[in-house]
Ligand binder design. Structure first.
Ligand SMILES: Cc1cc2nc3c(=O)[nH]c(=O)nc-3n(C[C@H](O)[C@H](O)[C@H](O)COP(=O)(O)OP(=O)(O)OC[C@H]3O[C@@H](n4cnc5c(N)ncnc54)[C@H](O)[C@@H]3O)c2cc1C
Length: 451
């Protein structure tokens, strides 16, 4: 098995101690392990939102014979341990960079697909009556420094002018009243797209709906070996599935020894979350914290946070590059300090949950989607640059479309998504590149603070 971080990150027998895991009462044995040899039309490797969405749309829209093999329980990995933000866009490129690289039409198509993803996620929740604490009516990007306000304002204007997405600049004084107060609040852009949810509860409902639609889901069934002999044979400890087509939906948990085409193309980055104890209304008033919309700030190593319907604060950022259990303790302490730095009036509020997982960056900073050039029966989607919730469900739907509606293997998805991401040179050095980037970004964030 070839994965970047310490083995503790990938241990499916030790579910992450997330707040969601605690409150969502998961029946880990709901879906069986694969036993014996089976065959089907499409086999999906990985039961996160990408894999589930692919299977859901194949079964529901085309009545296709689809099975999902998942290493852990449904909810083990990033999809159900994330912050629950449904926002955009799934890229680290600026609008100017996107337009320069892909042209205006493809960039427009990309943004409209991101909105389509938001709407699709909302409609899956409502059509299947999934109770996942959906709250909010959009997203907020907060300027963490006076020097970032203009840049954010411009971003909001571009979304409106180029892509027809409703945005509004909220000056600092107004945001103090309607959003929150903090040491890093100098105005915010409101984007009228997206919401927040409990991702574990969504996962449970989505997996159930997928089975109801006719797909078969197997848990604790890691694909250990992949044989190609006419069709594909995916082998687990308990059995095997022979399939005409395979969808690789393993994102930040990809075992790079499984298929050579995916090696050294992903940069999994650990993202960390803390959640506080429940707070009273009076305690929220200490920071005048009102909004339930998810928030990202403008730091290079951004902070993301939200007030949860359960009256706790969730706060996240990136940082650790080791992934062993010992580094988790340090990271929890580091995160708590950062949280208190931003919200000093909550200095005495205890943090009672900490966890982490991987997000995938790519070398070209856009998602990778499609079928392999040398084997069109292997499809993939990964690299959402930490904005996966709307993008995974959208890409899963597009993968299903590509399999059942396209004879040529082409799809009408924006070119921003298309093809494998470029390989990262000297891939074994990826963690060192990341450390360098984190060090540099911390430095620029700090120097900005002192302006
Ligand atoms: C802490 C954190 C916070 C985040 N917050 C947000 C957020 O608020 N909003 C947002 O949009 N995005 C967020 N993200 C990113 C988002 O969670 C991901 O982009 C998204 O979940 C990716 O979904 P996926 O299905 O592609 O991958 P995953 O959910 O990671 O699923 C991949 C699955 O593949 C399985 N797998 C791997 N190898 C094998 C194998 N050989 N055999 C069988 N199964 C295998 C794994 O067990 C795993 O379950 C966050 C991520 C993290 C870690």
């Amino acid at each position: 098995m070839k994965q970047l971080y310490n083995k503790d990150i990938y241990d499916v027998n030790k579910p992450v101690e997330s707040y969601w895991e605690e409150v969502s009462s998961i029946d880990q044995n709901k879906y069986p392990e694969l036993v014996g040899d089976q065959s089907c039309d499409v086999c999906v490797i990985g039961g996160g939102f990408t894999g589930i969405s692919t299977a859901y749309h194949i079964a529901k829209n085309y009545g296709g014979d689809v099975r999902v093999l998942e290493s852990g329980h449904y909810g083990f990995a990033s999809s159900a341990r994330n912050a629950g933000f449904c926002c955009l866009p799934a890229t680290k490129l600026s609008t100017t960079q996107l337009i320069k690289k892909f042209g205006m039409e493809e960039t427009k198509k990309f943004f409209s697909s991101q909105i389509e993803g938001v709407d699709l996620l909302a409609s899956i929740i409502s059509e299947n009556n999934i109770d996942c604490e959906k709250v909010g009516d959009g997203n907020l990007d907060v300027a963490h420094h006076p020097g970032s306000s203009e840049e954010l304002k411009e971003w909001g204007n571009e979304l409106k002018e180029y892509f027809g997405i409703n945005t509004k600049w909220i000056p600092k004084e107004e945001f103090d009243e309607v959003g929150h107060q903090s040491t890093e609040q100098f105005g915010a852009v409101f984007t009228e797209a997206g919401f927040a949810m409990n991702p574990m509860a969504f996962m449970r409902g989505f997996a159930s709906a997928t089975v109801d639609a006719g797909a078969k889901l197997y848990s604790f069934s890691r694909v250990k070996k992949w044989e190609r002999n006419g069709s594909h044979k995916l082998i687990t400890d308990g059995g095997s599935i022979t399939a005409n087509k395979v969808v690789v939906a393993t994102n930040g948990y990809t075992d790079e020894s499984l298929h050579p085409s995916f090696a050294n193309r992903m940069m999994p980055v650990l993202s960390n979350i803390i959640v506080t104890r429940e707070m009273s209304d009076d305690e929220f008033k200490l920071q005048n914290y009102k909004t339930l919309n998810p928030i990202c700030n403008s730091r290079e190593i951004l902070y993301y946070y939200r007030r949860m319907p359960s009256n706790r604060m969730l706060f996240g950022t990136r940082g650790d590059t080791y992934g062993d259990d010992a580094s988790a303790l340090k990271m929890r302490e580091f995160m708590t300090q950062k949280f208190r730095g931003v919200f000093p009036n909550w200095n005495n509020i205890d943090v009672d949950h900490y966890w982490r997982g991987t997000v995938v960056m790519t070398r070209d900073f856009v998602p990778a989607f499609g079928a392999l050039d040398d084997d069109k029966s292997v499809l993939f989607s990964y690299g959402y640059q930490a904005n996966g919730n709307n993008t995974t469900v959208y890409c899963g739907k597009k993968l299903a479309e590509m399999i059942y509606e396209s004879n040529s293997g082409e799809t009408n998805i924006s070119k921003v998504y298309q093809g494998l991401s470029p390989k990262i040179p000297l891939g074994f050095l990826r963690l060192w590149y990341l450390r360098l980037y984190l060090w540099y970004s911390n430095f620029t964030d700090k120097s900005k603070k002192e302006i």
